[in-house]
Design a protein around this ligand. Sequence first.
Ligand SMILES: *[C@@H]1O[C@H](CO)[C@@H](O)[C@H](O)[C@H]1NC(C)=O
Ligand SMILES: *[C@@H]1O[C@H](CO)[C@@H](O)[C@H](O)[C@H]1NC(C)=O
Ligand SMILES: *[C@@H]1O[C@H](CO)[C@@H](O)[C@H](O)[C@H]1NC(C)=O
Length: 182
Amino acid sequence: MLMDFLLLCCAFLLGAAAYNDTHIGAAASTITHLHFYMDDFYTGPNPTALRVVSGRSLSPDNSTTTTSPRQFGDIVVLNDPLTEGPDRGSARVGKAQGFAVRTSEGGVVSDLHLHLFLEAGEYNGSSVAVNGRIDMDTEVRESVIVGGTGRFRFARGYMLSRNYQYDLTNGGVVELNVYVQH
Ligand SMILES: *[C@@H]1O[C@H](CO)[C@@H](O)[C@H](O)[C@H]1NC(C)=O
Ligand SMILES: *[C@@H]1O[C@H](CO)[C@@H](O)[C@H](O)[C@H]1NC(C)=O
Ligand SMILES: *[C@@H]1O[C@H](CO)[C@@H](O)[C@H](O)[C@H]1NC(C)=O
């Protein structure tokens, strides 16, 4: 069952079959689809993320202060479990470790830097590095896979994240779909 979260969606050959370019030594390349949920809780008995720097309103007189629990300049550190299903008790398949800086007034947009480190299945021990501009007002946020380790060496791709059950004050559960070419 634990393997179910790894959906090998499609694999195809790039290079050799498509064109003859001996210069780049075109190797077989695979696209792997990973699907899991990220527990990103700032409050409650077992928080997984922590605000380590509190930002503030962009305007000196606070005239544009929003009611958002997030502020421009907040820095948060994440050590978020990745689970097969959306429930907190669901099988753990890895962890998302990194940080985010709130880069908009009201802190609704973040610059995100994460490593998704897998701890189960055929990619146990491998990781991908993710950079993203996360706008929480957007239903589906797209981030960039900028590299990887282990089985994901030379990785590139993209990640789609969507709130499963989430609010700006407490955090919650985010659904992740990762498409990695490696
Ligand atoms: C690809 O190009 C190399 C170098 O020109 C040539 O030796 C080889 O036969 C070519 N392979 C194919 C499958 O066309
Ligand atoms: C604006 O808000 C910050 C943070 O709450 C506070 O330290 C500062 O004194 C406020 N400035 C004014 C002019 O009210
Ligand atoms: C993942 O790999 C680690 C280190 O090799 C191992 O201890 C662990 O049992 C593996 N986990 C699973 C679920 O296979």
